[in-house]
Design a protein around this ligand. Structure first.
Ligand SMILES: O=P(O)(O)O[C@H]1O[C@H](CO)[C@@H](O)[C@H]1O
Ligand SMILES: O=c1cc[nH]c(=O)[nH]1
Length: 257
């Protein structure tokens, strides 16, 4: 487990430019939206004015722009906790103090359907990365105010649509192709709402570094009832991504993140 005696990597980088994300202090906002996929960063930019591409190094693409008078950053984390922890650590070093992951996630409870919005109230840490940061009993929890505002904005944005909003605990897994039927059944019986792959690292690193984090996802599939979209990207999933992004932007403005 990492402790105060961790190797000092504060000087890792290209001058002030961070080694993996390729960003220097002053180039980003205090709030960052975090999709997993670099190809979804331009979807955030569709809501913004004065858009700039700041950097694209490895899986981390970063754009900035303005939304209702606030500067917003969007950076992709890549898939999984290792690259998410790196992105979050480096974004903190260049000035980000609030993070909202705008992800995709699979439902685990009956009635969660593609395109529904999933607001995270905590993550089950089924990953390896956070074990290097904290005792296994340390909770992976989002910021309460961001979480409540995300749920409120999501309800407003889905009013009059076929999409629903669900809030609850999600699992954060490492191994997309090693999720067994037994594991899915166990999560379902525990009442876990959905599964994705980045929130454990986001929440634990954010807590340890004293910054805020939250997550809203669009539902890609339902592993409990077998609804699958993995043979193609469905319009419901895309609609959910756009509503998640808009909800996160509204929260950034309302909470002045
Ligand atoms: O679409 P993103 O945000 O990457 O999220 C989900 O999609 C990937 C798996 O297909 C994992 O990263 C998972 O967390
Ligand atoms: O871990 C994950 C994340 C999204 N979808 C899945 O099926 N599994």
């Amino acid at each position: 487990m990492s402790t105060a005696s961790s190797v000092d990597k504060s000087a890792v980088g290209l001058g002030e430019r961070q080694f993996h994300i390729g960003i220097a202090p002053g180039e980003v906002s205090t709030v960052a939206l975090l999709p997993g996929d670099p190809f979804r960063v331009p979807l955030v930019a569709e809501f913004l004015t004065d858009v700039k591409e700041v950097a694209h190094n490895r899986e981390h693409k970063t754009m900035t722009g303005m939304y209702k008078g606030r500067m917003i950053t969007a950076t992709s984390t890549g898939m999984g906790c290792p690259s998410t922890a790196i992105a979050v650590e480096e974004l903190i070093r260049v000035g980000v103090t609030s993070f909202i992951r705008v992800g995709s996630s699979a439902g685990l409870q009956a009635g969660v359907k593609p395109g529904d919005l999933l607001v995270s109230e905590g993550a089950l840490r089924n990953d390896g990365t956070t074990a290097a940061y904290a005792h296994h009993g340390f909770p992976a929890v989002p910021d309460l105010r961001i979480t409540l505002e995300l749920a409120e904005a999501a309800r407003e944005l889905t009013a009059g649509t076929t999409a629903s909003v669900h809030s609850g605990i999600n699992a954060s897994d490492d191994a997309f192709y090693a999720e067994t039927p037994e594991w899915i059944a166990e999560l379902n019986q525990l009442g876990v709402l959905n599964v994705e792959m980045e929130s454990a690292a986001l929440y634990v690193v954010a807590r340890l570094r004293g910054v805020r984090a939250g997550m809203i996802c669009s539902t890609s599939s339902n592993l409990f009832d077998g609804t699958s979209l993995y043979d193609g990207v469905d319009t419901a999933l895309k609609d959910g991504w756009m509503r998640s992004i808009e909800a996160a932007l509204e929260v950034a403005v309302r909470l002045e993140l």
